[in-house]
Design a protein around this ligand. Structure first.
Ligand SMILES: [Zn+2]
Length: 441
């Protein structure tokens, strides 16, 4: 991680906002929490869902060459032997003999504990996969793992998806799902957690076409982030040096974002050759070759794979950090999330100017019911209008609809926009149309 060039936003401010407004909570907080595990609250679950929906839309719906998949978290443990995770998905660790704290060898300088000065044990390898047991008979359980990546669920289903969907390379299989890693070095809020969500695409191509498709996916993935509003100056590619690459990988680029703690990985795009399919073909018990036979050319080959692999939680954090704004309005601080309306947790808030006027409240509720913008709309009357606007600003609601006394006679309401704070007076019969236009998904 590069600690220079930190962005101007404080990660603590983001974490505070997330807790205060119901985006993200510490897991099992009432029991003192659970390290590096997070719960998404009412607003967080909407934001996260919107991020995943936008990815799925771009990767699956907007194209004709990608199919979706939802593979199980638990897999036959042979999967992880073939993939190399049992042998080599590990960190080298040392324990402090005095305070018992555990450290990654590559993260400590010197040979004594940085916390208490105690001596270290000899370094030992620590697998990052969570292990559990499956079995209904006592004493006959089998060790299984919680998947550390969604990718392998795609590789082992390559033939199932390819034959059932009658796809031929180039084509891809996309999956969004939970993965688990028993990380020792955690932290930076939701950036690195033990339970996290991935958005992965495995794109299968004819060997020889892989360079072309690799370049294509680099550009395509970068543009997804910028199209959804991330400042392009806060994004960059970092190509992995030869000695960083897995032995089978031809190339790998990270898309890095300028997080508050410095430039860090948002997504990895890797050219993985035919390694994964060949590993599984060699180990599989049903003789599956995982080759593709092209009946037009009479050729048979094991496809090469291009893998764009993004973290949902990291994307959520990047969208939060990048949209966080603080400004002075009439000597008061105004905090708002200038987030793309497609990602905003709440699309529209309907607010009555006076909550003690039943006709106004009734009209507001009627408008609320009529608004259909393909996302959450809310009603709030628990504060003065100024405070209600600030609350919606802080959670990134793009548009507020305000019903006032005049609305009762002129059948018009005020649309108030988050970023500019400008207001429009709009006929109630036109609201649907105007909102539909401004909040197009
Ligand atoms: Zn110690």
């Amino acid at each position: 991680m590069n600690h220079e060039n930190k962005s101007g936003v404080d990660l603590k401010e983001i974490a505070n906002l997330c807790k205060r407004r119901g985006f993200i909570f510490q897991s099992s907080e009432i029991y003192g929490g659970m390290g590096s595990v997070w719960d998404y609250g009412p607003l967080g679950v909407e934001l996260k869902k919107n991020v995943k929906d936008q990815w799925w839309r771009r990767i699956v719906y907007d194209r004709t060459d990608v199919e979706g998949l939802d593979a199980a978290i638990l897999m036959n443990p042979k999967t992880w032997i073939a993939s190399g995770h049992v042998d080599s998905f590990a960190d080298m660790l040392v324990d402090c003999k005095v305070c018992k704290k555990r450290f990654r060898v590559d993260k400590v300088e010197g040979d004594v504990c940085p916390e208490c000065g105690g001596a270290f044990t000899a370094a030992k390898s620590f697998n990052l996969m969570f292990k559990t047991q499956v079995g209904s008979v006592e004493g006959e359980s089998q060790d299984v793992y919680l998947r550390p990546e969604t990718a392998q669920g795609i590789f082992v289903n390559f033939a199932n998806v390819q034959t059932s969907s009658r796809k031929k390379p180039p084509f891809g299989i996309a999956q969004i799902g939970k993965s688990f890693r028993n990380e020792i070095t955690t932290g930076n809020f939701i950036f690195r957690s033990r339970e996290f969500e991935q958005m992965e695409l495995e794109f299968f191509v004819k060997p020889g076409d892989d360079e072309k498709w690799y370049e294509y996916w680099l550009a395509e993935r970068m543009s997804w982030y910028t199209d959804l509003g991330i400042n392009k100056d806060h994004l960059r590619f970092r190509e992995h040096a030869k000695d960083e690459l897995a032995f089978y990988a031809k190339r790998c680029h990270d898309i890095e974002y300028l997080f508050p703690m410095g430039w860090s990985e948002l997504e990895g795009i890797a050219s993985r050759t035919d390694y994964d399919l060949k590993q599984h073909a060699g180990a599989a018990e049903n003789g599956s070759s995982l080759r593709y036979f092209d009946s037009q050319t009479n050729e048979s080959y094991v496809p090469y794979v291009i893998e764009p692999s993004g973290g949902v939680d990291r994307a959520v954090l990047a969208f939060l950090v990048d949209s966080y704004r603080s400004e002075n309005v009439r000597d008061k601080e105004r905090v708002y999330l200038s987030i793309d309306h497609r990602l905003a947790p709440i699309k529209v808030a309907v607010l009555p100017l006076l909550k003690n006027r039943p006709e106004i409240v009734e009209m507001a509720h009627k408008i609320l019911k009529d608004i259909k913008v393909g996302g959450r709309v809310v009603y709030d009357d628990t504060a003065s209008i100024g405070r209600l606007y600030r609350r919606q600003d802080e959670i990134g609601t793009p548009i507020c609809v305000t019903v006032d006394v005049e609305s009762l006679t002129d059948n018009k309401v005020t649309l108030r926009y988050r970023d500019s704070m400008e207001q429009d007076r709009v006929d109630i019969s036109k609201i649907k149309e105007v909102l539909g236009e401004k909040l197009k998904v």
